[in-house]
Write a protein that binds this ligand. Structure first.
Ligand code: X8Z
Ligand code: ZN
Length: 654
C-alpha cells in the first residue's frame, strides 16, 4: 500500500494509506484536536498534523501487524477499528485543510496538504456507518486471502493446501493436470470475496468523490505530480517501449511449452495457458527454468539448488544436536530450526549487500520482531511486506521464506522498502513516502539487478562462471523471466481496477473483463472458461489487499534507470548487464541521497538528481536486454509471433 506517504509503514493491508510499498497506514486514535486551534496558520496546521500522525501511528501499525500475523476474529476486529479511527481522522484533517485553500503558505506546506489528501488508497465515506462498513470489509477480505486454502477429500482423507503448497506445485510439477488442479484450487478462495469487493468499490468511490475526485481510480492516478490523464498516458508510452521485447519472450516460451506439453501447451489464438506458467498469476516465469533455459551446462545459475543445500546443512547440524536415533518430534524440531536459520541467513546475505554500500545494519529489533517463516499454529498473510511500525527504527519484514531463488530476491526487495524507511524517518511524517510509489518498489529491485553471476559467485551461491555468449544468454534469460514477463501483468491489474472504479467494468462482468485484459496485455488464458461464478481478481493479493499496482509496473522501468545511474556512479564502463555495484561506496552514497529525500519534492526532481533525467524511460530496459532480444529474434525467426485476443470470455476457453 504505499503510495506516498508515510504511513507507509505498513505493509499490507488493505487499506490504508497511501503508503508505500507494502505497507499500511496509521489509524487514528482519536488524539487529534476535533476543532483546529483558532488562528492556526497553514504551516502550523501541517506541523500539528505531522505530530498527531506520528503519535497515532504505532497503534495502527500494531493492530495491523497483529491482524496480519495472527489472523482471527479478535485481531481483525482490532485492526478494523484502528483503520476506522485512522480513516476518520484523515477525513477530519482533510476537512480542516480546506480552510487554507488560497491562503499564503510555504511550498512545503502546500505539498504536505496535497499529500495529505492522497494519504490513503482507501478513501472512506464521511458517513460513520459506511466508514465502519468499509473498514470491516477491507479487513475481512485481507483475512480471507491470508487464510485461503484449498481442501480436497473428506473426513480423515481431507487434505488442505495453502498458497505456498499450491505455488510449489506450479513451480515444480510438470504434470498438466496436477498444475491445473492447484491453479483452480487457489482460485476457489476468492469466490466468496465477490460481494464484498463489489460493495468495497461503491464505498471507496463515495469516499473519493467526497474528496473531489471522479472515482477512486482517478484518486490513485493523482499521486504522480502530473495529471491523472498524463500518468495513464505515461504507462501506455512505457509499455509501448517494451512490448516488442515481451512479445519475443512470449513467442519463445510458447514454443517451448508446446514442445513440453504438445497441443495443450497453448490455448487457441496462441495464448499461454495460465496454469502452466510456474506462477499463480503468470507474473514471473522464473520457475519454468527447466523448460526455458537456453543452453544446458553453460554457466549454472542454480541459486535455488544452493539455497536448498544450505538448508540441508542446517538441518544436518540441528539433527546432530538431537543425537542418534532422533524421535519424530526431534526431527520435526530440527526441520523448523533449519528453516528459520536458513531464512535468517538469506536475510543476512541481503543485508550484506546494503551494508556493502555503506548503509547501516538493520537494528536488533528487526531481527527479533520480523516474521521470517510461516508459523504453524495460526493463519497469517504470507504475502511479503515491509513495515515501519513507528517511524523511529522499529522496522520489520513479514514473509514465509522458503529456500528458493524467488524468495531470496524478494528479501532484497523488502529490504529496499526497509532502507527507504530508515533513510527518510528523519523527515516530517507527511514526507515519509517514496518520491512516488514506483520508487519505493524499485529500490530493492535495483539491487536485484546488481546480483550478477559475478556477485553470486563472490558470495558462494554459484560456482565459477565461464565467460561465453551462451552463459550470457542464460544469465539474461534468468533475469528476463523475472522482469520482462512481469511488465504486462504490472499494467493489467490497474487497467482492470481503473475500469471497475470508473464504472466501465460492471460487477456482472468482473471476471470477463479480467480475462480480456489478461489476454490483451499478457497473452495468457485459462485452460477452460472462467465465468462470473468465479472472482479471479480476488486470488491476487493486491485486489483484496487494495494495494495499487501501477507502482510495480513503473518500478520495473525505473529500477533499470536507477541501476544504470548507480553503475555510472561506481565508475563502471562495460555493458550494462554485467555491472554490479556490490561494495561500491560511491554508488551507495548516491542511492542513500535519493532515499533520504523521501516524498519531500516532486519525483521528477528526485529522478533528475539520481539519473540526470526527469522522465521515466524504458530505454535502459532495452539496453540491458539487447543481447537476449537479438537472440530471441533469431530463435523465433520464421514463426508467427503474437496472439489473438478472444472476442469474448467464452472464446477464451475453447
Ligand atoms: O507485492 C510485492 C512485494 C511486496 S510490495 C512482495 N510485489 C508484487 C507482487 O508480488 O505481486 C513485488 C513484485 C510485484
Ligand atoms: Zn514492495
Amino acid at each position: 500500500m504505499k503510495s506516498r506517504r508515510l504511513l507507509l509503514a505498513l505493509a499490507v493491508s488493505a487499506s490504508l494509506i497511501a503508503l508505500s510499498a507494502c505497507k499500511k497506514e496509521p489509524a487514528g486514535t482519536g488524539t487529534a484536536t476535533p476543532e483546529p486551534p483558532k488562528g492556526e496558520t497553514a504551516d502550523e496546521f501541517i506541523v500539528r498534523v505531522n505530530d498527531e500522525l506520528r503519535a497515532m501511528y504505532p497503534e495502527l501499525t500494531s493492530a495491523q501487524w497483529l491482524s496480519n500475523t495472527y489472523i482471527n476474529d479478535d485481531s481483525q476486529l482490532l485492526a478494523s477499528k484502528a483503520n476506522e479511527r485512522y480513516l476518520s481522522q484523515l477525513n477530519d484533517w482533510i476537512e480542516q485543510a480546506r480552510k487554507f485553500e488560497g491562503q499564503p503558505m510555504s511550498q512545503e506546506t502546500a505539498r504536505a496538504i496535497h499529500l495529505l489528501k492522497l494519504m490513503t488508497a482507501m478513501p472512506a465515506p464521511k458517513d460513520p456507518a459506511k466508514l465502519s462498513e468499509l473498514a470491516q470489509i477491507a479487513t475481512r477480505m485481507e483475512g480471507m486471502y491470508g487464510a485461503g486454502s484449498y481442501c480436497t477429500g473428506e473426513g480423515d482423507g481431507k487434505h488442505c493446501r495453502d498458497i505456498g503448497q499450491l505455488s510449489e506445485v506450479l513451480a515444480k510439477s510438470r504434470d498438466y493436470d496436477k498444475q491445473l488442479d492447484a491453479w483452480r484450487g487457489w482460485h476457489t478462495i476468492s469466490v466468496p470475496m465477490r460481494a464484498d469487493y463489489t460493495r468495497f468499490v461503491e464505498l471507496v468511490n463515495e469516499g473519493a468523490k467526497d474528496l473531489g475526485y471522479a472515482d477512486a481510480g482517478e484518486m490513485w492516478r493523482s499521486g504522480y505530480d502530473m495529471s491523472p490523464a498524463e500518468i495513464a498516458a505515461e504507462t501506455d508510452r512505457l509499455w509501448g517501449q517494451v512490448k516488442p521485447l515481451y512479445e519475443q519472450l512470449h513467442c519463445y516460451t510458447r514454443n517451448k511449452l508446446v514442445a513440453q506439453y504438445g497441443a495443450r501447451g497453448q490455448v487457441e489464438g496462441g495464448l499461454l495457458p495460465a496454469h502452466l506458467m510456474g506462477n499463480l498469476w503468470q507474473q514471473d516465469w522464473g520457475n519454468l527454468w527447466d523448460i526455458l533455459e537456453p543452453f544446458k551446462n553453460a554457466g549454472s545459475l542454480d541459486i535455488t539448488g544452493a539455497l536448498e543445500k544450505q538448508y540441508q546443512q542446517n538441518y544436518s547440524r540441528e539433527l546432530a544436536k538431537a543425537g542418534p536415533g532422533p524421535t519424530t518430534d526431534a526431527i520435526f524440531q530440527a526441520e523448523r530450526a533449519a528453516q528459520l536459520d536458513t531464512a535468517k541467513q538469506m536475510t543476512e546475505r541481503a543485508q550484506d549487500f546494503y551494508t556493502s554500500l555503506d548503509m547501516p545494519k538493520l537494528p536488533g529489533s528487526y531481527w527479533n520482531k520480523t516474521q521470517f517463516i510461516k508459523p504453524l499454529d495460526r493463519d497469517v498473510v504470507c504475502h511479503a511486506s515491509a513495515w515501519d511500525m513507528n517511524m523511529a527504527g522499529d522496522v520489520r519484514t513479514k514473509m514465509c521464506i522458503k529456500p528458493n531463488e524467488e524468495e531470496f530476491t524478494t528479501i532484497y526487495h523488502e529490504l529496499g522498502h526497509v532502507y527507504y524507511y530508515l533513510a527518510y524517518n528523519k523527515l516530517p511524517p507527511l514526507f515519509q513516502g517514496g518520491a512516488h510509489d514506483g520508487f519505493h518498489e524499485a529500490i530493492g529491485d535495483t539491487i536485484v539487478l546488481a546480483m550478477t553471476p559475478e556477485y553470486l559467485k563472490s558470495v558462494g551461491l554459484i560456482d565459477g562462471q565461464e565467460q561465453s555468449q551462451q552463459a550470457l544468454i542464460n544469465a539474461q534469460m534468468r533475469m528476463a523471466l523475472a522482469k520482462v514477463s512481469f511488465l504486462p501483468f504490472g499494467l493489467m491489474i490497474d487497467r482492470w481496477r481503473w475500469g471497475v472504479f470508473d464504472g466501465s467494468i460492471k460487477p456482472a462482468d468482473y471476471n470477463k473483463a479480467w480475462w480480456e485484459l489478461k489476454a490483451k496485455y499478457q497473452g495468457v488464458a485459462p485452460a477452460s472458461p472462467r465465468g462470473e461464478e468465479f472472482f479471479d481478481p480476488g486470488a491476487k493479493y493486491h485486489v483484496p489487499g487494495n494495494t495499487p499496482y501501477t507502482r510495480y509496473f513503473l518500478s520495473h522501468v525505473l529500477q533499470f534507470q536507477f541501476y544504470k545511474s548507480l553503475c555510472d556512479a561506481s565508475g563502471y564502463k562495460g555493458p550494462l548487464y554485467d555491472c554490479t555495484f556490490y561494495g561500491n561506496k560511491a554508488a551507495g552514497q548516491k542511492f542513500w541521497a535519493m532515499l533520504e529525500k523521501g516524498g519531500s519534492q516532486p519525483w521528477q526532481a528526485t529522478l533528475k538528481e539520481m539519473t540526470g533525467s526527469e522522465q521515466m524511460d524504458a530505454s535502459a530496459v532495452l539496453e540491458y536486454f539487447s543481447p537476449l532480444q537479438q537472440w530471441l529474434k533469431e530463435q523465433n525467426e520464421g514463426q508467427t509471433c503474437g496472439w489473438q485476443e478472444p472476442d469474448s470470455a467464452e472464446a477464451t476457453a475453447k
